[in-house]
Design a binder for this molecule. Sequence first.
Ligand SMILES: C[S@@+](CC[C@H](N)C(=O)[O-])C[C@H]1O[C@@H](n2cnc3c(N)ncnc32)[C@H](O)[C@@H]1O
Length: 317
Amino acid sequence: MTRMSIPKRTAEQQTFPGIDLDAQKTLPLGESKYASSERTVDGVGPTNLGKPIRVLVPDFSNPKRAKTCLEVDFPIVPVNALSKLEGNAGKPIYQMSKWWARRRSSVFRAMLIAAAMQAPLRKNPDGSSAVDTDGIPLPDETESARAVWDVYYANHQKAGSFKHLKVLDCFMGGGTTLVEGSRLGFQVAGVDLNPVAWFVVKNELACADPDEAREFFEDIESEVKPAIQPFYATECPRGHGGRWYYDGGTEDPSDDKRMQTDFDPLSVAPEERKQYRYEGPEVIYTFWAKHGMLTTWVRSQNTHLPLSCDCRKEARS
Ligand SMILES: C[S@@+](CC[C@H](N)C(=O)[O-])C[C@H]1O[C@@H](n2cnc3c(N)ncnc32)[C@H](O)[C@@H]1O
């Protein structure tokens, strides 16, 4: 390494006027000059999506270590854009409980990566690493934000770059930092004086068996759905109603008896409604229809069309 005095450069944070929030491929900070980042196989979608890319982590026990990306710069523009999108999208793991002022996980993912990852180093014209007067490697300020964004979508848990690092959040709240840390493959621990925070985070990070959860859900659904189904039955926007059937006592639904069109399921006591089943437009689909979903589905004759009303027949004819 050659020791020399180099004037500090400031990174120019790129701005993206009129950034198109719908197309994620417009979000990355452009190509890195180190160009290690490979695109997804088909060239579409975020850079390095799901790839187990190992990143350089400084030796935190060394007082002369190189700086982390977070100590140098942060990809604020694409992370802001992504966080705006995330604000409108529910993420199952964070939906297990209401938590006020829930932080945007994209911001915390980016911060954790930036805090653990060594910043790209500045090179002297002769190709050697530039160091300051104490012999500490100088970061390349123009590349640090880009380096973080290049690996934002990578699979760091699989790569194992952070597995020896510990994240402690001593004010863990709803657990965003810990959940994101765990997803990135850090060891995580948290503390909070609020027992609700403890309960929420403990369950967010608990192992769950998807089959067991599905079974549990189906149990609840089989109890609750028949009782509340009448409140969801409706007409589609074209005026087609649904049909009610009485259980024919076999596994075959064609054995079920079709009820008269004037059948009122609310005249049946809630505990007896299990004998009846409904096929047809439901309130949620009508709501979507008003916003265009039904039109699209009917036009494309999508087999997942959730309606069993006459719209489906019309779509096929
Ligand atoms: C804004 S939340 C923290 C969010 C969290 N760091 C995250 O990544 O999502 C602040 C939390 O600090 C907790 N808190 C405040 N004072 C505390 C204390 N003295 N000891 C432990 N927790 C505390 C509060 O109960 C609250 O849940």
